[in-house]
Design a binder for this molecule. Structure first.
Ligand code: BTN
Length: 260
């Protein structure tokens, strides 16, 4: 374990609750678990809006497209928040973009670093992945839909602890924020962007397009069912899909091949 990770202290319930209340408001309920398989799974099992489930260590984290998300103990911020956005059905496809913007805002507000956005919702620093986001729409207690928003941020891992090729962490980038404060900043900023989307998609889409470093690049997209598409990422359309050589893509794993 590196010196940075060794000096990491466990999340304390009172500190985490205070940080979320101070940054995001007193109406959030915080459930802090010392360990959990997947915070998305815990949150989805009883999805009460305005609840945050945070695991000090996540042991079976889930990623997009059925991948896993794994982080060494004490080095990451792994949490899921539950929201019931006031959105018409047709705008739910824009939620991943709103959350990506919010997560980038939250990190910027606390660290001064300004992550880039890779479509649909990876956060990058210097082209390396800092944070991943997994959204799941599930029925709430009353049967009406809620969204479980899972966010993982590589916080304290040293270069030798990075879980995958092409990743980075805040520590590697030279900052070591307090994880509770970072959680509060992220919850607050995501909430703000989801509220912004609820007022209409135009501002949100304009902000997303201006921050999305996928646009203008040659990309290779691994589509569901094993297909592949290569071309220039031309736009993000009004439904949040990536338009590659005229073809709108709703879901897929994007590889940035090279700059245009
Ligand atoms: C991805 O980049 O593929 C998305 C990764 C999402 C990881 C977070 S960590 C907290 C939450 N719980 C999970 O099981 N996954 C998300």
């Amino acid at each position: 374990m590196s010196d940075i990770a060794a000096s990491w202290s466990p999340l304390e319930p009172s500190t985490v609750e205070a940080a979320v209340a101070a940054a995001a408001g007193p109406d959030w309920t915080v459930r802090l678990l010392a360990a959990a398989g997947s915070t998305n799974e815990v949150a989805a099992a009883d999805p009460v809006p305005r609840t945050v489930v945070v695991a000090d260590h996540q042991t079976a984290g889930r990623g997009r497209l059925d991948r896993s998300w794994s982080t060494p103990p004490g080095t990451a911020l792994t949490f899921s928040l539950v929201l019931r956005p006031a959105l018409p059905d047709r705008h739910w496809s824009l939620l991943p973009l709103a959350v990506a913007l919010g997560a980038a805002d939250g990190i910027a507000s606390l660290t001064g670093l300004r992550p880039d956005l890779k479509w649909p919702n990876d956060l990058l620093l210097g082209g390396r992945k800092l944070s991943g986001i997994l959204l799941e729409r599930v029925p709430g207690r009353d049967g009406r839909p809620v969204v479980v928003i899972g966010i993982g941020v590589n916080v304290g891992m040293g270069a030798e602890q990075l879980p995958v090729e092409g990743a980075t962490s805040l520590a590697v980038e030279g900052v070591a924020p307090d994880r509770a404060a970072l959680l509060g900043a992220l919850v607050a900023a995501v909430d703000v962007r989801v509220d912004e989307l609820a007022t209409g998609p135009d501002r949100l889409l304009a902000a997303y397009r201006s921050r999305c470093v996928t646009l203008g690049r040659q990309v290779r997209v691994h589509l569901p069912a094993g297909r592949e598409l290569t071309g220039i990422a031309q736009d993000v359309d009004d439904d949040g899909r990536l338009v590659v050589d005229g073809v709108p893509v709703g879901a897929g794993d994007v590889v940035h091949v090279r700059a245009r």
